[in-house]
Ligand binder design. Sequence first.
Ligand code: ACM
Ligand code: ZN
Length: 708
Amino acid sequence: MIKLLALLLALAPQILPAPAQMQEKEGSFIVTEKSRGKMEFRLDPKCGLPEEGYTLEVTRTRVKAVASTEAGLFYARQTLAQLEQNGEIPCVKIKDYPRFRWRGFMVDASRHFLSVEKIKQYIDILSRYKINRMHWHLTDDQGWRIEIKKYPRLTEVGARRVEFDGTVTEGYYTQDQIREVVAYAAERHVTVVPEIEMPGHSMATIRAYPELSCEKQPVGNFYTWGSPDIVLCPGSEFTFQFLEDVVAEVSALFPSEFFHIGGDECKKIRWQTCPACQARIKAEGLVADDEFTAEEKLQSYAVNRMEKILQKYGKRLVGWDEILEGGLSPNATVMSWRGEQGGIQAAREGHDVIMTPGSGGLYLNHYQGDPKAEPECYAHHSVLRVPYDYNPVPAELTEEEARHILGVQGNLWSEYIYSDWMRDYLTFPKMFAVAETAWTPLEKKDFTDFCARLDAACARLDAEGVAYHMPLPEQPGGSCSQIAFQDQAVLEFTTSRPMTMVYTLDGSEPSAQSARYEGPITVTESGLLRIASLTSYGKRSLVRDIVLEKMQPIPALHPENPEGISCRSTVGAFRIPYDISQDAVWTPVQIGSLREIPKIYPPDYNMQNPQFFAAEAEGYFKVSSTDTWYFSTLYDELWIDGRLVVDNRAEVKKNYRHDGTLVLEEGIHHFRLVFLSNVTGGWMTARNKGEVLTRKAGSQEWNSLRTL
Ligand code: ACM
Ligand code: ZN
């Protein structure tokens, strides 16, 4: 009986994205060498189907697909491939077509370069799920990644990045490689859209050609992420000459009608004092008003000029939603990333829009689970369901305005992607949710059903050696991998979507044969809890190892003089606390709060003259009851009563991930912390808030540690 059920399930159509209309029929078509002759794929421009749409009929005796375009037939084949299992195709009648014409995926090749092979693999996989655009983010502060013949330094200098620890990362695509990728994508009905960033996010460009900036001064290594205020100078004619030359070469490589010019997060500080920029503002009559500053209007002027340049090369301008600031160019298309507001405004003004808000789960670099359980990535927390439930057509728009929503796109920003494994882990399965949001009619979407269909898609990734995210066991209130307790601890776990969880307490790797998590686990002894989740087809997630530590409460202290924080610092660039030499010269620093520590020396966000340093601080705090206390911080080390409780050494200190616990007796306790002002994994620790957070076991509310 169970076997029969499994067989039936296996034969139920597992099409992803779900088709617009599908009728399941009795029986199946058996695929043999001979029966392949009974499969017909017919191109009929007059069949009346929407562009990219197709019909597919499978009976016991034949398979027939009809479409008005080659793309439609390609999608019919993708659907058929998903239906076929072990030479058998269930009988169905399908009429299918996309909800949106822009079904996009953005890769960021600048922050961390990815190979041509990897890009092709994404195109291969995603086109199977009817994604039809790859937006290629080719330039940013960290690297210029496309060969431009007229400006060789863009890749000679701009494609080489020296990181804070001295690591050199390099890479760019030759024009031949670009053509190769574009052709590969075209065969799979994917249009590749280039992005050349301007006027902000241009440190790599300026490193290669300093005369493109306002100061025209050479710039040094830019170790970090963020938005430096060294940007292109729109006051200078050379800037536009340069950009036109680049557009000329890039346009010739990409048949796409759209050309992305970036336009996001451009700091306008330098423009305020640049004589050329101010002269341009004056000459063009760019007067500040209630809505926009003169400098915002200068950005709008630059975007307008880019639009005219692009028109010369037969291209349509698309940019991030900041291009609305200062007034939108006449024919610009807007990518709405800072929520939907930019997209709504643009659509109301009659502009085309692509929705890609981070808040809608379209930022693939956001955590797919509890940041405290997941491998380090960018920030935030948006589970698979968020992009799945996202509706790219905001309710505020009229039907007429809504026609301007061309579609939706998932963006894979790569600041925190240190490996292809991580790239895959963040891309999948979220891009499958984006694919269904982009293709399937709203009323046909069903998350539970999607999750059931996901298994087949993920199993296929397994066969291809491509990693993907699986929900991990997470602890309410924030996951923690070290649990101290006095008598017993009760450990509760959940997953971001329904999954089986398995665990061991004997140190062995959890497997399908291990104990199943049925409810909170009570532990009374020290040990190691190893817990993971399992898919229906038996694949195991990453394993979470949780150290269980039975202990007596650490006695309260009775210091004579518990008040004040004692702090000292020493100048230097240190990677880990052990890098500080024994004879380092320390200077006492007067501080009133822990929050002052990361900014003892003012941070240089442009990284042109940064003052790196180490600081140590110690003092006392009080706990209100004898209990297990949790501690969370981004400092390199946090010691409580002489015990290392939080250890972030050599970590990317961006997200609070390594919480620690201790059983503390009610009363006063001692803390000591170490802070290194540096850049680890591209993150500048001087940006951190400098707080230590604490909570009592059982409470989910974190409070700032109040020092005495
Ligand atoms: C962006 O995420 N800065 C477009
Ligand atoms: Zn300027």
